[in-house]
Ligand binder design. Structure first.
Ligand code: SF4
Length: 390
């Protein structure tokens, strides 16, 4: 057990912007008093964003196929090739969904899908080029390192070639998907067929070097130890020291329904809040920190804004992957604005680069469009016996 004095001295140094070691981060994660931890993280957040703005984005996750050969144990979304419930959206349907997203005010599309052996480099190039041709105003913040590895295998290309061709076809940045947990032992336990964590990081490093930035994510609660949680952060911070290409860190919690891993989610709300705070203190080299409302609920999402988060992510007009595994929370644009305002922050709609598009300073000027809600259209809704947001 670390003494209160030495805990406080680590907290003070971190709050002042000093770098903390992984060992110190673990000590804070396990032993620091919750309020002091949150206060230190909030001090860092205030220094970075003294205008007190907290952001959200309007985007749509278009899950273009559920066919996947990677068979992650935590995934409730995928179907094996030849499974009768497998599907791949034709390009017209993807374009129709993009058009609908534009009409609802979305600025970003996240194309995320399974690793289908039928989809190689050309399919992605054609799809991205078609979206950019029809909707040049949409930012394609899509795919991730796992897709790069998969496309490389299907089309017999190295990672740099895949990344360069995706960029040329219109990809603007990579989402941080597929990271889950990067540490070998727990990663192999939940996703034995996925690329190793060091490969995930190496693909991201290559992408950053080729001019495509990304986010980094963490899915907590699949059986990893506290030390492995911090090791995941360390692996990302080390790459960030070299590239500076991770725009934000996005932790969220594993959802245990309808998959092969099952089990009780092991990340409690308190563990999640502690992780958000420690991440803000540990990542002195990552600009943004996103709190999740989809997996932890709106109240915890709001609380993250007092534990170092400066962003509540997306309204999520569509999301099927996490929702298929049991994420039942639904929201809408006004709710996100109210959550941010209720936390004492100034809400702002942002774009993918975190530039403020609309700052909601006066509630009387809040946008009124009831259609801008999460899961506007999601196949996952069929799996979930819950009401949609109004
Ligand atoms: S998480 Fe992604 S890669 Fe893993 S099985 Fe699901 S769709 Fe496939």
């Amino acid at each position: 057990m670390t003494s209160a004095t030495s805990l406080q001295s680590i907290l003070d140094r971190a709050a002042d912007g000093g770098r903390i070691t992984p060992e110190e981060a673990l000590t804070l994660y396990t032993d620091a008093p919750l309020h002091a931890l949150g206060q230190a993280a909030d001090t860092v957040r205030r220094r970075r964003y003294p205008d007190d703005v907290a952001t959200y984005i309007i985007d749509r996750n278009i899950n273009y196929t559920n066919v996947c050969v990677t068979a992650c144990k935590f995934c409730a979304f995928y179907r094996s090739p030849k499974h009768s419930e497998g599907w791949t959206h034709p390009q017209e349907e993807i374009l129709r969904r993009c058009g609908e997203a534009v009409e609802l005010g979305a600025t970003q599309i996240m194309l995320q899908g399974g690793h289908s052996p039928e989809l190689g480099m050309e399919w992605y190039e054609q799809t991205f080029a078609a979206i950019k041709e029809h909707y040049p105003q949409l930012t394609l913040h899509s795919l991730g390192a796992s897709e790069v590895v998969h496309i490389g295998r299907v089309s017999n290309l190295d990672h740099a070639a895949v990344i360069s061709r995706l960029k040329a076809a219109g990809l603007d940045s990579f989402a941080g998907a597929g990271a889950e947990i990067l540490v070998d032992r727990p990663r192999t336990a939940i996703a034995p067929l996925k690329e190793k964590g060091d490969v995930w990081l190496s693909v991201m490093e290559t992408a950053h070097g080729l001019g495509l930035e990304s986010t980094a994510t963490f899915m907590m609660g699949t059986g990893e130890t506290n030390a492995e949680r911090i090791e995941h952060l360390r692996m990302i911070r080390d790459v960030q020291d070299r590239t500076g290409g991770f725009r934000s860190f996005i932790p969220w919690t594993y959802q245990p329904e309808n998959n092969h891993l099952k089990g009780r989610t092991q990340a409690t709300s308190l563990e999640y809040l502690r992780m958000v705070a420690v991440a803000r203190l540990f990542f002195d080299n990552v600009n943004h920190l996103q709190g999740s409302w989809l997996t932890t609920g709106k109240d915890i999402g709001q609380l993250t804004l007092h534990f170092g988060a400066d962003d509540l992510g997306s309204v999520m007009l569509e999301e099927n992957v996490v929702s298929s595994a049991g994420a039942k929370h639904r929201s809408n644009r006004q709710e996100l604005i109210d959550l941010i305002r209720g936390a004492g922050r100034v809400p702002a709609q942002r774009d993918t680069l975190y530039r403020h598009l609309v700052v909601h300073t006066d509630p009387a000027d809040d946008p009124v469009d009831d259609r801008v809600h999460s899961h506007f259209s999601s196949t996952a809704l069929k799996l979930l016996p819950v009401a949609t947001a109004s």
